[in-house]
Design a protein around this ligand. Sequence first.
Ligand code: ATP
Length: 218
Amino acid sequence: MIVEVRDLTVRYGAATALDGVTLSVAAGELVALIGPNGAGKSTLVNALCGIRRPASGRIDVRGRLALVPEGRHLFPSLSVDDNLRLGAWRRRERDTAHIYALLPELTPLRDRPAGRLSGGEQQMVALGRALMSRPDLLVIDEMSLGLAPKIVGSLVAHLRQRNAEDGLAVLLIEQNARLALELCTRAYVLEAGRVVAEGPAAALAGSPEIAAAYLGLE
Ligand code: ATP
């Protein structure tokens, strides 16, 4: 296992945002976490990254973890190249070359201020920055939000390729359940701070309750 979360409870004052959540991601696995607004997805990301302290439970991380945050959080006035360098400050030259080889769409944009890129291009930079640290696991928060299907398709293709070639594991946190269940092999459904369903992505996608609640199908 790269990440093992056991019985995790996180509170904001009197409000319980996560209530006994247990989940794991093994090396090389593609795992989705889906759920509606307010389910606790961002809270889980913050707990995984050590930003939010749990009230109880355990988080074990074995291996390198990198985050592609919701909203991307690039430095808008810095170039694409400088944003990438911020992803791994001890390596730089060799590794930016590696990222441009992995994500060739970024090569013609390398000197452009990140703030002048489209949303999809910015998401590609955020992915490249996270890959700079050569992580074992990428935690990706709301990758597809506001992006055109075509760019989402190319982001997904890149993730599949990194998974197949480098064994990169992904925990994909998405409101777009259809996308998440398509890319991932296993999934968890979070509602009101609890895991209410988990299993192979295909089985969840085929469940009438999940389809009705998350895939817009009756
Ligand atoms: P969204 O997709 O809207 O970000 P989410 O699934 O990420 O939703 P969280 O943001 O983790 O959900 O929120 C889980 C619960 O915790 C919600 O009820 C939310 O109102 C509450 N919450 C989140 N952040 C705080 C905070 N800083 N203080 C108090 N309550 C909070």
